[in-house]
Design a protein around this ligand. Structure first.
Ligand code: GAL
Length: 826
């Protein structure tokens, strides 16, 4: 069996680049992101080519004007992170080569928030209300091949609130110009499935829609090859067919492959289908579809099965934006965040509560995440937070189109294992809601018979005759939101429902906010005069108990925790961000990140907290908590043992070893929780935790009382980035004491200076109440850390970032920008 995990990077490179055409096939997909003009506000007449935009701002897409601020309480709703919304205009002047004259030219928008209207050379194309959907327009009939062309886009995000979280405003995702021959494969026109896949063989079915937009009927051949990730062909099928002028034909082909490398989170091996349309011996179109060979099944008893094996979903819910960069998220920002989630042991993501960007879905394929792809937060009934302008006002006119486009765009991703038609829709408890769900499910099943459909339901009740039960009966897999909110809930709604509905398939669509504010322990001292009580940590404890239940019972497929990462919005002034993540908006892990790691990974780890800087608290009790996957942990303060602690309940995945759990009888103090606790009378110095497995020391962690802030340290995630006006580097800025230890309470203000071939596109510190400008050149550290995101220009060279702060030793860092040749590995 082939394994590509070590060759991850090179595989990414191979599959990212479109295959080289071996013929005169004209398909091209060019970025349309650079050199737009922008005006914030409304400008009647700005769609006209002769309108003057000379004084408009120049910028590149993706662009989110909301994130540019400023934060103001009067910007209102908890949904917009107190950032401005409103209306904006974009214009782009461009030329089209004469060679495209007989071609089909299409503009693709990956996402515009929201209510976009597009004009080409003054000609109105259409409106598209839903801000999270990808869409495209044929612009061939309106192009000017001898002179300049003008594309104008009006974006209207003025009707607020229209979303329950931070949406961003503008053309916040990529734009593309696509050129094809008139005989071509339709947009999102391939559908690759691998229904019966095993390590021995798989049958790959490829449905391909070919369109003939020419004036004559054409006899054409569709040649379809399945390729390995190195580009070598495995099998090819060929079918010929006459397609009438102006018509289309859907080819259905099957290719059998032997000993395929199966896609999974541990082995995200990607295949490719290359579809070639041939007319009179010449290729008119070549199109590549990346896919994975894998089988999926949700089983009422065994939960989720991937390639025939049970996989518990260790999931997190996310939102689509990324802190300092708002909704215009560079791909590398997501890649770094996903790396952090992977390291934590997360294997599944719910795209709450809307379609994500295409590159996010590609990352999930390449990095190995199982995705619950969700489309809506609202159907026909309003939510209290969006009484007037939520999606419901577009539902009747647009949902059929939006759902179809959503599925067609994303149904080839091996990562997508289940669709979610909605989250906590009020329609669950309205009689007509069942009809709405029926219609939606029909579209899902029509467009993709291979994946089940769920809904994140928060109104589940156990009486079989209640409205929600009719609703739930329609779902392929029933999604439970917040079974952990009260102690007995997972018992009630999982165990009782399992008995009442023995055929039901269960999934935890959304549960438990572990969250907390990174590095903030201000909650400790108000109540801590003795051992920490369970009550103080109710939220964590409930989640822990729920997780024990989910990890024990196979029939629950897994869980999606609310949320993996902090997100903007859904917070009341002065807060701008919701801190339910186990990672903050900078991508820095919180203590609760280690809880997940302790449950979801095997490499020995432990993490103790809080920090050990408590001046004036000598002798007072501090609860020291530990997350670990070790059998037991011994804690020492300044060399003196504070005792060994151990779990009574083994962590998930250890059920088989339960009876032999070594700590059960031999360790003095055990706990039913999934964390360990010592109550320690505070003394400055060093806390050391020693983790043991099978009686052997396997991992240690130390935290020390630090000195005062003395120096700044800059660390980059990558020292070389592409010189392409797209690529970025994350620079973590740490505040250190004289001995080089991060000062966990430091909040010094740092000023950054950037020189060379790049710019700062965002500064952040993860503090949910900071109203500092995300795009300034200075930032306060928050609990010892802050983050700078820098983006390359388009020249080979260097970027130098320096950081200064009064009283601290400054630091600087150099990043190289390099124009990579095609196929070259970064
Ligand atoms: C859930 C909802 C999420 C988020 C969360 C906040 O009920 O589905 O979108 O609002 O509550 O705790």
């Amino acid at each position: 069996m082939k394994n590509n995990t070590t060759a991850h990077r090179s595989l990414i490179n191979q599959l990212k680049k479109p295959a080289k055409a071996k013929s005169d096939a004209s398909r091209r997909r060019e970025s349309f992101d650079f050199d737009w003009k922008f005006f914030k506000g409304d400008k009647p007449g700005a769609e006209q080519p002769d309108f003057s935009d000379a004084d408009w701002r120049n910028l590149d897409l993706p662009h989110d004007w909301s994130i540019e601020g400023p934060f103001r309480e009067e910007h209102g709703s908890m949904t917009s992170a107190h950032l401005p919304t409103g209306t904006g205009w974009y214009r782009k002047h461009f030329k089209i080569p004469a060679s495209y004259r007989n071609k089909k030219v299409t503009i693709e928008f990956d996402g515009i928030y929201q209510n976009s209207e597009v004009w080409i050379n003054g000609q109105y194309l259409r409106k598209r209300p839903y801000g999270y959907i990808s869409f495209y327009y044929d612009i061939s009939p309106y192009l000017n091949f001898s002179g300049e062309n003008l594309m104008a886009v009006r974006v209207d995000n003025s009707h607020q609130p229209n979303c329950r979280w931070y949406s961003g405003s503008g053309i916040y995702r990529h734009t593309w110009l696509r050129v094809t021959d008139k005989l071509h494969i339709a947009h999102w026109g391939t559908f690759v499935t691998t229904d019966k896949a095993s390590e021995k063989s798989a049958t790959v079915q490829i449905i391909t829609r070919v369109q003939n937009e020419g004036k004559n009927d054409i006899m054409c051949t569709l040649s379809t090859s399945v390729l390995e990730c190195d580009g070598s062909a495995v099998q090819t099928a060929e079918t010929s067919r006459n397609i009438a002028a102006g018509g289309e034909y859907e080819f259905i082909q099957k290719v059998k492959i032997t000993n395929p490398s199966l896609w999974s989170p541990d082995n995200p091996y990607l295949h490719k289908v290359r579809s070639t349309v041939i007319k009179q011996g010449k290729a008119t179109d070549i199109y590549d579809t990346v896919f994975g060979v894998r089988s999926i099944e949700f089983d009422k008893d065994k939960g989720f099965l991937l390639n025939g094996r049970q996989v518990k979903l260790h999931g997190v819910c996310l939102h689509h934006e990324a802190g300092a960069v708002g909704a215009a998220v560079p791909e590398r920002v997501w890649e770094r965040r996903l790396e952090k989630l992977k390291e934590m042991g997360c294997n599944a993501i719910r795209t709450s509560h809307n379609p994500y960007s295409p590159e996010f879905m590609d990352l999930c394929d390449r990095m190995g995440f199982l995705v619950m792809a969700e489309i809506y937060d609202e159907w026909k009934e309003p939510k209290p937070q969006t009484p007037d302008f939520g999606y419901r006002i577009y539902f009747d006119e647009w949902s059929e189109r939006d759902v179809t486009d959503f599925i067609r765009r994303d149904r080839n991703h091996p990562s997508v294992v289940i669709w979610s038609a909605g989250n906590e829709v009020v329609d669950q408890v309205v009689p007509a809601g069942t009809e709405t769900l029926k219609k939606l499910i029909n579209i899902f099943h029509r467009e993709d018979p291979t994946r089940p459909v769920t809904v994140g339901c928060d109104r589940i009740v156990a009486e079989p005759e209640a409205v929600p039960q009719k609703f739930l009966k329609l779902l392929d897999v029933v999604g439970y939101n917040y079974v952990d909110r009260w102690r007995d809930r997972y018992e009630k709604y999982y165990s009782i429902d399992r008995q009442a509905f023995p055929k039901r398939k269960f999934i935890g669509t959304e549960n438990g906010s572990l969250g907390g504010i990174r590095g903030d322990y201000s909650y400790l001292f108000p109540q801590t005069t003795g051992p920490i009580s369970r009550r103080n940590n109710n939220r964590w404890i409930d989640f822990e108990q729920m997780w024990k239940f989910v990890s024990t019972y196979d029939y629950v497929s897994g869980d999606f925790m609310w949320t993996g990462i902090d997100y903007l919005g859904e917070s009341n002034w002065p807060r701008k961000a919701n801190t339910s993540g186990v990672i903050d908006t900078c991508g820095f892990e919180k203590d609760t990140w280690y809880f997940c790691q302790s449950q979801w990974t095997d490499k020995p780890m432990l993490h103790i907290f809080p920090h050990w800087n408590w001046p004036g608290k000598e002798g007072e009790y501090v609860p020291v908590l530990c997350y670990t996957n070790c059998d037991s942990v011994e804690l020492f303060l300044n060399g003196k043992s504070l005792g060994i602690q151990s779990y009574w309940f083994p962590r998930s995945g250890m059920q088989g070893e339960y009876e032999d759990f070594p700590a059960r009888n031999s360790i003095p103090r055990t706990t039913e929780d999934l964390h360990l606790t010592w109550t320690v009378p505070y003394q400055p110095g060093k806390l050391k935790a020693v983790g043991m497995k099978n009686g052997k020391e396997v991992v240690t962690e130390e935290i020390s009382t630090t000195g005062k802030p003395a120096a700044i340290r800059l660390c980059a995630d990558r020292k070389i980035i592409a010189a392409d006006r797209i690529d970025i580097a994350h620079i973590t800025c740490k505040i250190l004491d004289a001995q080089g230890r991060v000062v966990p309470v430091a909040d010094n203000e740092i000023t950054f200076k950037i020189q060379g071939e790049g710019k700062i596109i965002g500064l952040d510190n993860g503090n949910p109440v900071s109203h500092e400008d995300y795009q300034a050149n200075h930032r306060k550290a928050f609990n010892g850390l802050c983050l700078v995101i820098i983006q390359s220009a388009d020249k080979n060279g260097i970027i130098q970032l320096s950081a200064t702060s009064p009283g601290l030793k400054s630091d600087s860092i150099t990043i190289t920008t390099k124009q990579f040749a095609k196929g070259e590995i970064k």
